[in-house]
Design a protein around this ligand. Structure first.
Ligand code: MN
Length: 734
């Protein structure tokens, strides 16, 4: 909807907003407080007078909305309200931090400074790592009010995210789910946390969000009827006890319904506790706990409880301060329903967090309670006590277990499926980055490309113009995007090697005095037990067919009878037919485990696997290693009960096999020499480096490098080439 207000309407609106701000504060404000807020309000209007939001509204509507959340939703003090009003002033306008300090004092200036720093983190300071980002967020500030106001700021930005372009929406929403929702949760701000999560889902997975929202809408009547029935049953009994109460039906948030659907792998209809019944009571005895149990007993007189699902958060409040009594009972038509029993004090804490907690504990005399609360929060954030660890775990997102959130060096978030590796990350950033990915640093350390990433990891991809996708990449790329790109370019690569192989073969045959023609090619294909001419060209191209082997062929060719017989058999496929997957369809070697070792094995009788089948190895006491098909009828049982005995196994094409070899390189530590060595290995020789470890001391370096090698001649060539590099003294196989 277009924004059309006139200036006059705007100034009217500002007056209304001001009144509204002062009316809704959770803390009581003194005259001085109000004066200070008025001053900040006027300064914010003046400072932002020439700015508009993307929606067309005056910019100042934003800080005012944030101040409102701070005052009412979170329940903070006048200092915080003032800082919220001014939070974007230093960042975006001519006013400086000094101005703020002079006008509003040191505390406000410090908070505004903290907020300005946070907003600078992502944009300008590319070197600040993701980890640091979080740490700074948690510990930079002496004052937790900075974080609380930042949450309010983010909350309002999420509420008005529609005006942003879609790519920004997704980024801001991911960040909200990753950082701000868990923070809000930890600070006991349940209402804000829930809304942040729902909004986060709305902009990261809109289809899911709207689908669940639709379901909730469609089942509204049914739900209301259910609640009405439930209420009707217990109302009278509660009234007979002289209790004052209110019964509400609360739908779970869209986000938490989705979390349940994912966790339990079920549809919307199958989630049984999509809503809860909430009974909020006014305690009439001194002992509000006693009243809660009385209500519990009335509820369970009418509905049978599930004893496994009784939670007494009153005796032992959650670390966030949450108090309530929860139970799940069997309601009408055989449906379980959660019942939350809270006094109005407990309810207020649940809505507002510790601000309410301390207000009740310390009475309405202000400040002391709030200060204590803030200190306690600060402790929780800084200490490595169980609570704080719990909090970090939250941040690390056990909550969103199907996805992980990783960061680029600039602090942009990339969400990836669980199990993703730096290679997936590289392809997620850009196809070209993936195609030329040579290595990766995670949180500043070089790691293998096969390393599994965790939420919060910051990943830097090292590229090289000469790098190309390798077959081994398919072993650890998990996203379909990365896998299909790798496969495509491997096919291209095989084609290219095949073309080269064809030329090499022509030359070699000439020197062996054999005619290059269709007949010879067909004979060669049969001699090497291949399927197509392209398989042959490819193997010549990548040198897995050696000169000795070609000579053997030549000797056999000179046997007239042999060649006569062979020439009788016609090949159907012409030379140069399209290369398909044939190259990898030749399964002649079975290997086990991560290191792809050949081990002695026997084939199990239950499923009789043959080369090419999907298989696994199973160790037995009497019969050694047995091979089963993955779809063997016994497989499920074996996997479930004897997981530790299972070894992964696969059929491979022995000509494509790579062996792992350790080599030691030492020499004089000159600038660039290590780089030269690794370039020689990975680019000139096109050999994969698996691991590299280099020590330098007093002008001397020693490197231990693990490479994947096709055969001994390739290894010898590699060692010779490294020896030729100036400064290298010694190269040895370890
Ligand atoms: Mn802001």
């Amino acid at each position: 909807m277009a924004y059309t207000a006139t200036l006059e309407e705007e100034s009217k609106e500002l007056k209304r907003l001001y009144k509204n701000l002062l009316q809704g504060t959770y803390q009581e404000l003194s005259k001085e407080d109000k004066k200070l807020i008025r001053k900040a309000f006027d300064l914010a209007i003046d400072a932002h007078k020439d700015q508009r939001r993307k929606s067309g509204e005056p910019y100042v509507f934003h800080p005012i909305a944030v101040a409102k959340i701070v005052a009412d939703g979170i329940g903070l003090d006048a200092i915080s309200i003032v800082a919220a009003l001014l939070h974007d002033v230093v960042e975006d306008t001519k006013y400086t931090l000094d101005d703020i300090e002079q006008l509003f004092g040191e505390t406000v200036a410090r908070i505004v400074n903290g907020l300005t720093k946070i907003s600078h983190l992502k944009k300008d300071d590319a070197s600040v790592q993701a980890e640091n980002y979080r740490k700074m967020l948690l510990t930079l500030h002496d004052d937790v009010r900075v974080i609380l106001i930042k949450i309010a700021d983010r909350f309002h930005n999420m509420q008005t995210l529609d005006a942003m372009p879609p790519d920004k929406q997704a980024r801001i929403a991911s960040e909200t789910l990753f950082i701000y929702a868990p923070l809000a949760h930890r600070l006991g701000l349940y209402t804000i946390k829930t809304e942040l999560e729902d909004l986060g889902l709305k902009y990261t997975k809109p289809e899911v969000y709207y689908e669940i929202a639709r379901h909730i809408r469609e089942t509204k009547e049914e739900r209301e009827e259910y609640i009405a029935n439930f209420t009707a049953v217990i109302e009278e009994s509660l009234e007979n006890e002289g209790l004052k109460f209110e019964i509400q039906g609360r739908t779970k948030s869209i986000f938490s319904i989705r979390k349940k659907m994912l966790k339990q792998g079920v549809d919307f209809e199958e989630i049984y506790d999509k809503f809860a019944i909430r009974i909020i009571y006014e305690p009439h005895s001194k002992d509000e706990k006693h009243d809660a149990w009385k209500i519990y007993s009335i509820v369970t007189d009418h509905f049978s409880p599930n004893p496994m699902r009784l939670r007494d958060w009153m005796t032992q409040p959650k670390s966030t301060g949450y108090e309530a009594l929860h139970t799940t009972v069997m309601g009408h038509n055989g449906k379980w329903v959660e019942v939350q029993i809270r006094s109005n004090r407990m309810h207020e804490i649940a809505e507002k967090g510790y601000a309410a907690h301390y207000r009740y504990k310390h009475g309405k005399g202000k400040e002391t309670g709030l200060e204590n609360w803030l200190n306690k929060l600060k402790d929780a954030l800084e200490n490595s006590e169980p609570d704080a660890i719990d909090f970090m775990e939250n941040i690390k997102l056990n909550l969103y277990s199907k996805e992980i959130y990783t960061f680029t060096p600039n602090g942009d978030i990339k969400s990836l499926p669980k199990g993703a590796t730096p290679l997936d990350f590289a392809y997620a950033v850009h196809t070209e980055i993936g195609q030329h990915c040579r290595g990766a640093k995670v949180n500043g350390k070089i790691v293998p490309l096969s390393k599994t990433l965790k939420s919060g990891d910051q990943v830097e991809i090292i590229t090289s113009a000469n790098q190309k996708p390798k077959p081994a990449w398919l072993d650890f790329a998990v996203t379909s995007r990365a896998r299909s790109k790798i496969k495509n370019s491997l096919k291209e690569e095989q084609k290219k090697i095949g073309e080269e192989g064809k030329e090499i073969l022509r030359r070699k045959l000439r020197s062996l005095k054999i005619k290059y023609n269709e007949k010879t090619i067909n004979n060669l294909v049969r001699f090497f037990k291949l399927k197509t001419s392209l398989d042959l060209f490819y193997r010549i191209g990548n040198s897995s067919i050696t000169n000795t082997e070609l000579r053997k062929f030549a000797n056999q060719q000179s046997n007239g009878v042999y060649s006569y017989l062979k020439s009788k058999i016609r090949r159907k496929k012409p030379i140069g037919s399209v290369l398909k997957d044939e190259v990898t369809e030749k399964y002649d070697l079975l290997v086990f485990g991560k290191d792809e070792e050949s081990l002695p094995y026997t084939v199990s009788k239950c499923c009789n696997p043959i080369p090419g089948d999907q298989v696994f190895g199973f160790t037995t006491i009497n019969e050694g290693l047995k091979l089963h098909r993955k779809d063997c009828p016994n497989a499920v049982n074996l996997r479930a009960n004897y997981r530790y005995r299972i070894i992964q196994a696969k059929w491979i094409d022995s000509t494509q096999r790579e062996f792992k070899v350790n080599i030691m390189v030492s020499g004089i530590d000159e600038i660039g020499i290590i780089n030269e060595v690794t370039l020689m290995i990975s680019n000139t020789m096109n050999v994969n480096i698996q691991r590299i470890n280099i020590d330098t001391e007093a002008g001397y370096f020693e490197g231990h490098i693990r490479v994947s090698i096709k055969n001994i001649s390739q290894l010898n060539k590699l060692i010779a080439n490294i020896k030729n590099i100036e400064g290298v003294r010694k190269v040895e196989r370890e």
